[in-house]
Design a protein around this ligand. Structure first.
Ligand code: MG
Length: 389
C-alpha cells in the first residue's frame, strides 16, 4: 500500500468504521482485513461457477464472475496507486462488488427480479451488500462479514429512494445526493473497463463477433492500426490479445489523466470535500466516454442479444422462475436451514419474508447447482429436497 495517500483518499484514520466494534488488526490495514474476509467467504468461492456472459459450462476459457472480479481489482489497483488513493480499499470493493449476482448473469437477475416484483424486487447490487451484511455466517460475534463503512459504500453503487431510507447510514448519500469516496467511484469505472474489454475478448473467442465487425468502431480501428504497426502481420489470437490489451491501456490512461485533472481543479482538501461534489470526479474524458458508450452499444446488439446467447438466457430464466415458484409454494423443498428460515420470516413478515429467503437461496446458487436443482424437481416425487448447499 502506498504510504503517502492523498489527503482526499480514504484512510483507516478517517474511516467511519464497522457496525460492530472490533479491535484493529495487528498486521494489516482495516481494508486489507475486509479484503481477506471477502476472499474467505462462501459467496466469493461461488463466483467461479457463475456466468459472466457465457454460461459456466460452455467453455473453460471464458470469464466467470470470479475472473471478472479479479480483473476489476487489478485495473482499480493500478489507477488507485497512480492517484494515491487507497489501493487496499479498491481491492476489497472490487472483489466484493459482484457477490450478490444470481446464477446465469443478468438473465438470472432479471428473472429473479420478476419473481420478486410483489415482494420488493431483486437487485444484484443490493444483494451484494446483503451478502456481506447479513447472509455470510462465519463469524461468532456478528452477522455477515462486518466490513468497514467504506467497503460497504463502494458495494452499493446505486439504490432507490425507498431502499436508501430502509438502509440507514449506508443509504444516506442517495437521499442527500452526495458522492461516495473516490475509491468507490473508481471501482465502478474499473468494472466497466474490465467487462467491456473482456466481453470483446470472449465474444471474439466464441466466434459470435468478428474483429472485422468491431473495426467499425473508431476506438477499435485505431488500436488495430497501432498493433499492426508495432507487430506487422500479427493475426489470430495474438492480434486479438494485443488489441484488447491496447484498449484496456488507453481507457485506463484516459481515466487516470482525466480524473487527476478533475481532482486537481476541485482542489479537494479531504474526503468531506469529495462527498459534497456535485458529481463524481473519477471518469473518462468526453471522447472516451463516448467511445465506451459506442462499444457497449455494439456489445449489446451483437453479443448480449445474439440468438445463441438469447437461447441460453431464456433457458436460464425458466430455471430461475420455476425454482422460485416451487420453493415459494413449499418451503420444505429447500434444504432444512433455508426452509426453517423461510418459515420463520413468513411467520413474522408474511409471504414477502418467506419470498426473500427463497430469493436469497436461489441467488446464492451457482449455474450448475441451479441446473441440478431444476433437474431434481422433475426427478423428485415431491418429498426429496432440491439439493444441499
Ligand atoms: Mg462487475
Amino acid at each position: 500500500m502506498p504510504v503517502d495517500l492523498a489527503p482526499y483518499a480514504v484512510a483507516p484514520s478517517n474511516s467511519r468504521g464497522r457496525r460492530y466494534r472490533e479491535d484493529p488488526p495487528a498486521y494489516r490495514s482495516e481494508f486489507q482485513r475486509d479484503r481477506d474476509r471477502i476472499i474467505h467467504s462462501t459467496a466469493f468461492r461461488r463466483l467461479v461457477y457463475k456466468t459472466q456472459v457465457f454460461v459456466n459450462h460452455e467453455g473453460d476459457l471464458y470469464r466467470t464472475r470470479l475472473t471478472h472480479s479479479l480483473e476489476v481489482a487489478q485495473i482499480a489497483r493500478t489507477v488507485a496507486r497512480a492517484m494515491r488513493l487507497n489501493e487496499d480499499l479498491v481491492e476489497a470493493i472490487s472483489l466484493a462488488h459482484d457477490l450478490g449476482h444470481t446464477p446465469f448473469g443478468h438473465a438470472g437477475q432479471d428473472a429473479l427480479n420478476d419473481c420478486m416484483r410483489e415482494f420488493g424486487g431483486f437487485e444484484h447490487n443490493l444483494q451484494s451488500l446483503r451478502v456481506v451484511d447479513q447472509l455470510e455466517a462465519g463469524h461468532a460475534d456478528f452477522p455477515g462479514l462486518n466490513l468497514t463503512f467504506e467497503t460497504r459504500e463502494g458495494i452499493l453503487k446505486h439504490c432507490s429512494t425507498a431502499n436508501a431510507r430502509r438502509l440507514g447510514e449506508i443509504g444516506e448519500r442517495f437521499l442527500k445526493r452526495q458522492q461516495p469516496g473516490l475509491e468507490a467511484q473508481l471501482v465502478n469505472i474499473a468494472d466497466e473497463i474490465a467487462y467491456n474489454n473482456h466481453d470483446v475478448d470472449d465474444g471474439l473467442r466464441s466466434g459470435l463477433i468478428k474483429l472485422a465487425d468491431l473495426a467499425e468502431l473508431p476506438v477499435v480501428a485505431e488500436q488495430i492500426v497501432i498493433v499492426q504497426h508495432k507487430h506487422p502481420g500479427v493475426s489470430g489470437r495474438r492480434e486479438i490479445h494485443e488489441v484488447v490489451r491496447s484498449m484496456i491501456g488507453i481507457f485506463v490512461t484516459d481515466l487516470i489523466d482525466t480524473s487527476q485533472a478533475r481532482v486537481h481543479t476541485a482542489a479537494l482538501e479531504n474526503i468531506a470535500a469529495v462527498r459534497s461534489q456535485p458529481r463524481a470526479l473519477i471518469g473518462f474524458s468526453e471522447p472516451y466516454s463516448e467511445a465506451k458508450t459506442t462499444l457497449k452499444r455494439f456489445l449489446r446488439k451483437h453479443l448480449y442479444r445474439h440468438p445463441q446467447v438469447n437461447a441460453m438466457t431464456e433457458h436460464a430464466q425458466q430455471i430461475v422462475s420455476t425454482l422460485f415458484e416451487v420453493f415459494l409454494d413449499d418451503y420444505q423443498r429447500m434444504p432444512t436451514e433455508h426452509a426453517n428460515s423461510a418459515r420463520e420470516h413468513h411467520d413474522s413478515e408474511g409471504l414477502a419474508g418467506g419470498a426473500r429467503v427463497v430469493a436469497d437461496y436461489i441467488a446464492g446458487m451457482t449455474d450448475r447447482f441451479a441446473k441440478q436443482a431444476h433437474e431434481n424437481l422433475h426427478n423428485a416425487s415431491g418429498s426429496s429436497k432440491a439439493g444441499t448447499s
